[in-house]
Write a protein of this length. Structure first.
Length: 201
């Protein structure tokens, strides 16, 4: 009988070599997996931010359309002693809500906006039949306006520009502002001023 060479009998990996190889693979995975998770998290964060910015831009287009067709603009910071219809039943302070009587496409509506807890929200109703209560619809989120930078400002002088400033970055780096002109007869129109003064809860 011919003897097998010692080399053939001992071919393959020893237990020590297998343990070392497994340890190297484990270390490599330990380095690669966190990098993948960080990359995936960054991509999700960027996508979320892009979605918020897109929502905000669409909301501004809608705001501009509704305000430019306004018949009545209710002051965001009325004189002392005057009711603030813009903030009535909104739960937010002066400058953080806006109320208009809009005649967009010939359809007269009371439209109320507010910025609450970082969410830009809207609701609307027919001035002839105001509901007792009405839910808010969130149209944009992730906003960070502070008390010193209220989102809504209505000028008290003709032609009554409305300044809208919505800040979507905690550092204030990303700001979107528009100035839109309401029709000059809008503010102080005695015949229409009471149209939206009955405000749902």
């Amino acid at each position: 009988m011919q003897r097998q060479p010692a080399r053939d009998r001992e071919s393959g990996l020893s237990l020590v070599e297998m343990v070392v190889a497994m340890a190297i693979v484990a270390v490599a995975l330990g380095l690669v997996v966190p990098i993948f998770e960080i990359t995936n998290s960054s991509a999700s964060s960027l996508q979320s931010r892009a979605n918020e910015d897109a929502q905000l831009r669409l909301a501004l287009v809608q705001l501009e359309s509704e305000i430019s067709s306004a018949q009545v603009l209710y002051a965001t910071s009325p004189p002392a002693g005057s009711p603030n219809y813009s903030t009535t039943n909104t739960g937010v302070g002066a400058g953080f809500a806006l109320l208009v009587l809009s005649d967009l496409h010939g359809n007269q509506s009371c439209i109320q906006w507010r910025l609450a807890s970082g969410n830009l929200q809207e609701r609307s109703w027919q001035p002839s039949t105001p509901p007792t209560s009405l839910a808010w619809e969130t149209v944009a989120s992730g906003l960070t306006n502070s008390a010193s930078l209220p989102p809504f400002q209505v000028s008290s002088s003709a032609p009554y520009p409305v300044t809208i400033q919505l800040i979507s970055d905690p550092g204030g780096a990303a700001q979107i502002s528009i100035d839109t002109q309401a029709i000059p007869t809008g503010v102080g129109s005695a015949s229409l001023a009471s149209s939206c003064e009955t405000i749902p809860s």
